[in-house]
Design a protein around this ligand. Structure first.
Ligand code: C2O
Ligand code: CU
Ligand code: CU
Length: 500
């Protein structure tokens, strides 16, 4: 689009350290100079009469990402992104959302198990100037979750402009472990997003069919809204809450010196034991908690590597030929420069939790979901205007009045998702966490054997997940399931279910 790349080349490329593997694509360094990683403010809520209250205002504003330029953005209690909400398992909470935008919006609690009417999906519209209140009890394992716009047709645009924030749930187990947990010091949220800018500093959203077909990708990385960020550890060990809040991009996160780290959990809870990893692939909406040891004091970068040549998540066929380069891009995500003397950190506990087997209670039924997309679609317009069947699940595109599935309360089900398209789709189910049962009949990867709400489904792959549908029956209000590439979601790859 613009001269962003030219601008970048002159600035920071030379400052990038050498990487230990061959990169064929240029790294798009981020700006004229490093900036301290911003940490979203922590909001713990205020307890009144046994209920913990949180107040969020959705507002438009301006942000300064690029030197000398301002960008129109949307944020919660600020101009871009929102505070990190901390919730405690078992608490009754009440969250006020005031919409000060001049357009409708909704606010969804991604990954949380709560009543459908409090879910903040496309039906819980908050009109301009109005307030919406979500009240629910936290019934949730500890983990990193998030909140974001879920407005019908325009989720992608609103999230792109900044309508997202992190939400950390703690429980007795997480608080009982000696894990790094000093927010902003050794417990660090990393909200990773990619953006494209116009010459005037505004965000460039959808410009082409490809921005819809592949989802919107950008060439500039923001972490917590910071361009070219640097983080200075003060402790030997740091826990990162990694969240891919990009509209579409998948990252393969690793450290520039190849150092190993401990994975504590994925989307919605701890793994049974910490897992030693050297890289992690996160699709849109996936999260992961890791602990990294900086005792050697050496500076290092968090990077995103090209998808390995044999990765099942690469695009295939015509899509691969057209846009395979998306999978080959590498990025500098975060510079890490430990301070000279580091405080000691406790050892990571060898056991983190017990992961119950959702299947043990018996499976009541199985459903199948077939992901579909049509190549060569028209511009924008989505389901309201243009091509009605660009993206689909079981041959149907999302329609607000169609309830696609009805699940009896109390059931445990297998949902089988088949991807017959040429690209990977991260499949997300509202209502809570599931367990990955199999991939093409084989057991899931070790790093996903816990609690997930979003699962990568590779081209040609069949993924089975097991989910329990408990606590909340409501035949009127629906939960969503959808691809979390937001342009796919906005253009029909979404369906609705009720629990009754
Ligand atoms: Cu992250 Cu339906 O949402
Ligand atoms: Cu969700
Ligand atoms: Cu998709």
């Amino acid at each position: 689009m613009l001269s962003r790349r030219r601008f970048i080349q002159s600035s920071a490329l030379a400052a990038l350290p050498a990487l230990p593997f061959g990169l064929s694509m240029p790294l798009f360094a981020q700006s004229a100079g490093r900036q301290t990683l911003q940490i979203p403010p922590l909001m713990e809520g205020s307890r009144r009469e046994g209920v913990v209250h949180y107040d969020l205002t959705v507002q438009s504003g301006q942000s300064n990402f690029l030197p000398g330029l301002s960008t129109d953005t949307i944020g919660f209690n600020g101009s871009f992104l929102g505070p990190t909400l901390r919730l405690k398992n078992g608490d009754d909470v009440s969250i006020n959302i005031d919409n000060q935008l001049d357009e409708d919006t909704t606010v969804h609690w991604h990954g949380l198990h709560l009543p459908a009417a409090a879910d903040g999906g496309p039906h819980q519209v908050i009109e301009p100037g109005r307030r919406w209140q979500a009240q629910f009890q936290v019934i949730q394992r500890a983990g990193p979750f998030w909140y974001h716009s879920h407005r019908i047709d325009r989720t992608g645009e609103q999230v792109y402009h900044g309508m997202a924030g992190m939400l950390l749930v703690e429980d007795e187990e997480s608080q009982g472990h000696e894990l790094p947990s000093d927010y902003g010091v050794d417990d660090i949220p990393l909200i990773i997003q990619d953006r494209e800018f116009n010459e005037d500093g505004s965000f460039s959203y959808i410009n082409s069919h490809q921005d819809i077909m592949f989802g919107k990708h950008g060439d500039t990385i923001l972490v917590n809204g910071t361009v070219d960020p640097v983080f200075v550890p003060r402790t030997r060990k740091v826990r990162f809450r990694l969240m891919n809040a990009s509209n579409a991009r998948t990252y393969t996160l690793a450290f520039s010196d190849g150092r190993a780290f401990q994975q504590l959990g994925c989307d919605g809870g701890f793994l049974a034991q910490p897992l030693t990893m050297t890289e992690l692939t996160l699709a849109s909406a996936e999260r992961c908690e890791i602990v990294v040891d900086f005792s050697d004091g050496a500076p290092v970068n968090l990077i995103s590597k090209p998808l390995p040549a044999n990765s099942p998540y690469r695009m295939r066929g015509m899509m691969g030929r057209m846009h395979g380069a998306l999978s080959d891009q590498a990025f500098h995500i975060l510079a890490i420069e430990p301070q000279s003397s580091l405080q000691t950190s406790a050892a990571i506990p060898p056991i983190l939790t017990e992961v119950p087997d959702y299947e043990a209670v018996g499976i009541d039924r199985q459903r199948r979901f077939e992901l579909g997309m049509v190549m060569g679609m028209g511009m924008r317009g989505g389901r309201g205007g243009g091509n009605a069947q660009q993206f689909s699940i079981n041959g149907q595109s999302m329609h607000m009045v169609n309830i696609n599935e009805r699940v009896p309360l109390g059931s445990t089900e297998i949902w089988e998702i088949h991807n017959g398209t040429m690209m990977m789709h991260p499949f997300h189910i509202h209502h809570g966490q599931f367990q990955v049962k199999s991939r093409n009949g084989r057991p899931p990867h070790a790093h996903e054997r816990a609690f997930k709400d979003t699962v990568k489904v590779a081209p040609g792959e069949t993924v089975q997940v097991v989910m329990e549908f408990l606590h909340y029956a409501d035949p009127e209000h629906a939960y969503m399931y959808h691809c979390h590439i937001l342009e796919h979601e906005d253009n029909g790859m979404m369906g609705q279910f009720v629990v009754e």
